[in-house]
Ligand binder design. Sequence first.
Ligand code: SF4
Length: 441
Amino acid sequence: MSKKLLLKDAHIEGIRYFETYRKQGGYTAAEKALKMTPDEILEEVKASGLRGRGGAGFPTGMKWSFLAKPEGVPRHLVVNADESEPGTFKDRYLMEFLPHLLIEGMLISSYCLGSNTSYIYIRGEYSWIPDILEEAIEEAKAAGFLGKNILGTGFDLEIYVQRGGGAYICGEETALLESLEGKRGNPRLKPPFPAVKGLWERPTVVNNVESIAAIVPIIDITGAEYAKIGVGRSTGTKLISACGNINKPGVYEIDMTITVEEFIYSDEYCGGIKDGKKLKACIPGGSSVPIVPANLLLRTVNGEPRYMNYESLADGGFATGTMMGSGGFIVLDEDQCIVEHTMTLARFYNHESCGQCTPCREGTGWMYKILKKIEKGEGKMEDIDLLWDIQRKIEGNTICPLGDAAAWPVAAAIRHFRDEFEWHVKNPELSQTQNYGLAHY
Ligand code: SF4
């Protein structure tokens, strides 16, 4: 059984409220942190090996150490709660059930970074959660953990919740900052990075909800102890939101030492494939990472078991780095049609492209059109090659990672499931009435 650090109290009734959270030991990590110096906290975060839980997996301590500290210029912490990646809903769970864990993590992090005004930018569709967060903020303030001169330390902190308008692109950190400033959420060219010129051109750290929540156990048990959980550079615990054709969809906390097979088939986690069907493929880290066929998902190309961690999900000749991504684990059974699935994703990225870069704006539209044509049985063989060519021209040629995120699922689908694309081309009548999965199993 995986060790629980973030969700250990999630089952306790009333844990959403300050009184219950405090009774369970809540805010003791903050009390401990406020007796430390900011540099000591930074060293603990570095020692923990925590990697950003939003998708990129960049070391949090290193990110914090890049924060510029010019004299007299305010700094900010911005929590990225714009969780819009298809298949990802673990931050929603944290904010809905454990809002004080996030507030406590923000208090410790803001103190470490020197931010007296911090923000939670939350996606517009999570319409009921800002009220939960604002209630928690008020409770924390009434108990002296927010506001002026917190616990007599002289440190002041205000936290504001800002609702987004429902644009996926605002999960990209610079688009988020633009939106927070009241502008259209277009990603900025980098450099300068937010650590130097972020919110209102001030030094800013943007971190995911889960990353900031993880600061609480890191301070509680120390960075060194946190680093002992997990394996290699995949330290601590990770929240995974599992969905698709499984028996037990939900949010799970894993310690990154379990295998992918155990995660899918164990009753402790996904509980196996629904209706006893066969596993076909999985997207292990939200829709922006490539789809992985079952044979490569459970075992590496060398035949080793594949583990639920950053390193093990990074090898095997995949198109990108780590596949842990945002922790959105989408399982597809044998009946699913990869062409239809890829078309759905292409439509999503085309809709969500901000339109600044030509390869992304035009390329996502063309990929969607061609996929739609193939899926309807109206495609030609050369359309598959054209699709491949378009995704190659998007990858690496755009301002922000949305372009790559749109290209990778198409690349992986063609690489691993080219036979399904060809089936649609060769069987125009059948592909109008049946999907490939149902026709083949
Ligand atoms: Fe906008 Fe797409 Fe360019 Fe990102 S890659 S800036 S979403 S057009």
